[in-house]
Design a binder for this molecule. Structure first.
Ligand code: ADP
Ligand code: MG
Length: 230
């Protein structure tokens, strides 16, 4: 995958296979192209060169909603005038699912995320962690083949970040859906990932299991990034 904005090369030949059900975490410093990578996978940005295939089929000419992907952003972007239930149901209504099916999915997702008690609350009456769960719930109800998470914990305080980390791990254990997760937090990457991909200036520096990268970093950049305390 290659992508430029004007004269800035943001993705410089990213080439990677991700296994079905894998939890892959992309780490790298601010500006290295993490969000752009996710946005191209989601179909929100077009590639200049390369191809994205899901389950063996190129999806490059499919719209975001046709890709079987759900993305959770750093800012949760909940609709303030809708309650939790409506926030989660909204996308399904647009996709013309029937009411019973919407209800089934919203309640199942709420159960999974432990937010059943908040379904009738508006976002402003929720804590940061609860809002984050609603944003994840909105993705879960779509029953995607792939989840994309763009620094989903970066707006939470340190204690909540630790707790939510466990929730992501247990969510993956339960759903077993492929997850592509972006962060600049090494600890998050080390604890969540089946494999970590270290990005630097739009290139992959190294890919491997967390301990592999920790013990055998290929170069100083990886060593500095994975090894240094945050
Ligand atoms: P990260 O998420 O790793 O911080 P981004 O993917 O957001 O990095 O950005 C990578 C580079 O691409 C940055 O230099 C950023 O300024 C640039 N960039 C991102 N989006 C756009 C855009 N829509 N137009 C122009 N430049 C952009
Ligand atoms: Mg980003």
């Amino acid at each position: 995958m290659s992508k430029r904005f004007g004269s800035t090369e943001v993705l410089r030949g990213i080439d990677l296979d991700i296994a079905d059900g894998e939890f892959v975490v992309f780490v790298g410093p601010s500006g290295c192209g993490k969000s752009t990578l996710l946005r191209t996978i989601a179909g929100l940005e077009e590639l200049d060169a390369g191809e994205i295939a899901i389950a063996g089929r190129a999806v490059d000419d499919r719209s975001p909603s046709e890709r079987g992907i759900a993305m959770v952003f750093q800012s949760y972007a909940l609709y303030p005038h809708m309650n939790v239930y409506e926030n989660m149901a909204f996308g399904l209504k647009l996709a013309k699912h029937d009411k019973a099916e919407i209800d089934r999915r919203v309640r199942a997702a709420a159960e999974t995320l432990n937010i059943t008690d908040y379904l009738s609350r508006k976002p402003k009456a929720l804590s940061g962690g609860q809002r984050q769960r609603v944003a994840i719930g909105r993705a879960i109800v779509r029953e995607p083949q792939v989840f994309l998470f763009d620094e989903p914990l970066s707006n939470l305080d340190a204690a909540l970040r630790v707790r939510m980390r466990y929730e992501f791990a247990s969510l993956h254990e339960r759903l077993k859906t492929t997850m592509i997760y972006v962060t600049h937090d090494q600890v998050e990457a080390m604890t969540l990932a089946d494999r970590i991909v270290v990005l630097n200036e739009g290139r992959i520096e190294q890919v491997g299991q967390p301990m592999e990268l920790y013990e055998r970093p290929r170069n100083l950049f990886v060593a500095g990034f994975i090894g240094s305390p945050k």
